[in-house]
Design a protein around this ligand. Structure first.
Ligand SMILES: O=C(CO)[C@@H](O)[C@H](O)COP(=O)(O)O
Length: 217
């Protein structure tokens, strides 16, 4: 199966956002990865609902919204309204994770769960058949352009095995430090979705870079 490529808008030029949205529209990318940061769950603030809605107005591909915020349950319906197709919440930010997954589905979105680098994949054991996507963070969330954490390889292997054993259907997404140096190995181990920010937007030819990731797998 060809990988799903989701360029991370966090690395776009916010002063030329429409230009960068058009670039993704015209590329082989599959989704827009939209990072929402609140300055509490992560030590950075990115942007919020109005910018998400503005991206959605011009995007011709699904928005994959990654909520790096505390109390994400307060904002699920609002992000659905702002155009989210997928909404991922952090396992670490949800006291009632299963309830939030239900809430995302009730809003009409696909439900994802993200886990930080220190969080073991087995925290997902009891929701494997309830989710559409697992986002394995391969950097500590908060910033683009960080170095890939190699322990991620083992986590993909473990999660892929859990997925097979549970006969579950969720996608495995890798987020952080994805590049030509690790993409093939990530896909070979069972990843389905590659999020890439810095590698795409800081390359000479972002569309060619997206095409090179798409050609793997
Ligand atoms: O969620 C995050 C960071 O918290 C990511 O989506 C980054 O935006 C990925 O950027 P690169 O590591 O690919 O530059």
């Amino acid at each position: 199966m060809k990988p799903i490529i989701a360029p991370s808008v966090l690395s776009a030029d916010f002063a030329n956002l429409q230009r960068d949205v058009t670039m993704i529209n015209e590329s082989q990318a599959d989704w827009f990865h939209v990072d929402i940061m609140d300055g509490v769950f992560v030590p950075n603030i990115s942007f919020g609902l109005p910018v998400c809605a503005a991206i959605n107005k011009h995007a011709k591909k699904p928005l994959d919204v990654h909520l790096m915020i505390v109390q994400p349950e307060k904002y699920i319906e609002a992000f659905k309204e702002a155009g989210a197709a997928y909404i991922s919440v952090h396992a670490e930010a949800c006291t009632h994770l299963h309830r939030v997954i239900q809430q995302i589905h009730a809003a009409g979105c696909k439900a994802g769960v993200a886990i930080n680098p220190h969080t073991p994949v087995n925290v997902l054991e009891n929701v494997l058949n309830d989710i559409d996507l697992v986002c394995i963070m391969s950097v500590n969330p908060g910033f683009g352009g960080q170095q890939f954490i190699t322990r991620t390889y083992e986590k993909i292997k473990q999660l892929n095995k859990m997925r097979e054993e549970a006969k579950a259907n969720f996608l495995i997404e890798i987020d952080g430090g994805v590049s030509d140096k690790n993409a093939k190995q990530l896909l070979d181990l069972g990843a389905n979705v590659l999020v890439a920010g810095n590698f795409v937007f800081n390359s000479k030819d972002p569309q060619a870079t997206i095409a090179s990731l798409k050609s793997l797998g």
